[in-house]
Write a protein that binds this ligand. Structure first.
Ligand code: SAH
Length: 288
């Protein structure tokens, strides 16, 4: 990506490479020693992110940066995106579905969206007071009936340190947290997470998008990438964009929000459309 970017103080960068060199020492000499400059810088990047979120209220308003009132529009948009995808990838018959909610915060997405469609949901969240709140918010209510939908595992880990159990998930949902990861950790996360998906499984990435280039937030060590930037990284991960959608109904002063469904199998269609066999004289097998 060659597009120029900005940070939240108005400081300009010529491109993302320059920003990552300054922020985490990417491209500088890599030392084996964990206390070397690049490793220490990366550590500081993540520490700043985590301590920012440690200071945020474990509430819907908190995880939505003071915009708790967009909660409903967000969930509505996500549901409209997810429902047809589930049918497209897994068919109409009822089956046992399992999802992973990454950077789950207090379990907002799990509670109001994922548990409606998935029998089991695991949560991954590095900030313990959010995960504790999620456990409380998602505690099973009343009698356990047949066909329960429930939160199963609560992993207190950041994305960059997580590797899923092989073949456990139909969907891995990543919303408003991938910006905490520098490009190299972003790419290695998806490459590792691939083993966690079942056949026809997919990722959903729902994130803020910058108009061009990127915007670095120096307060919480996160980056908002442009659509082009995201697509370039998805390619590096070996992922295809199955479909994508713009979020509607958010306040104009916010970043645009985009949802991507990402798959590892090349989507059918276009030049890869199935070729129908048409019987006719030219299809006669040749006799030698
Ligand atoms: N996805 C949730 C929460 C969004 S707030 C929702 O939509 O409601 C951003 C979340 O990302 C916070 O819970 C924060 O603790 C988490 N986070 C911060 N750094 C992270 C990292 N390195 N890996 C995974 N999650 C991270």
């Amino acid at each position: 990506m060659d597009d120029a970017g900005l940070d939240s103080n108005g400081h300009a960068f010529r491109n993302a490479k320059e920003m990552w060199r300054e922020e985490i020492g990417l491209g500088e000499r890599v030392e084996e020693d964990a206390t070397s400059a690049p490793a220490a810088k990366r550590h500081a990047w993540y520490r700043k992110g985590i301590s920012y979120w440690q200071g945020v209220d474990a509430s819907v308003d908190g995880v939505l940066g003071g915009y708790g009132h967009v909660n409903e529009a967000d969930l509505k948009g996500s549901e409209a995106f997810l429902k047809p995808l589930l049918i497209d990838r897994f068919g109409n018959e009822r089956r046992h579905l399992v999802a992973l909610d990454c950077g789950s915060g207090i379990g907002r997405v799990t509670k109001n969206l994922l548990l409606r469609h998935f029998n089991e949901v695991d949560l991954l969240e590095p900030v313990s007071h959010f995960l504790d709140a999620a456990r409380e918010n998602l505690a099973p209510e009343g009698d356990m009936k047949e066909d329960v939908h429930m939160a199963v595992n609560f992993f207190c880990l950041p994305l960059q340190e997580f590797t899923p159990e092989i073949g456990r998930y139909d969907v891995i949902w990543i919303q408003w947290c991938i910006g905490q990861l520098p490009d190299d950790d972003f790419v290695s996360f998806f490459k590792r997470a691939k083993v966690g998906l079942k056949k026809n499984g997919f990722f959903v990435v729902k994130e803020n998008v910058a108009k061009t280039g990127f915007v670095l937030d120096t307060e919480d060590s996160s980056i908002t990438r442009s659509d082009l930037y995201f697509r370039d990284l998805f390619k590096q991960c070996g992922l295809y964009v199955h479909s994508s959608k713009d979020q509607k109904g958010f306040p104009a002063e916010l970043f645009a929000v985009k949802t991507y469904a990402l798959v590892f199998d090349k989507p059918k269609g276009g030049r890869n459309k199935k070729i129908r066999y048409k019987p006719g004289p030219i299809k006669e097998p040749r006799r030698s």
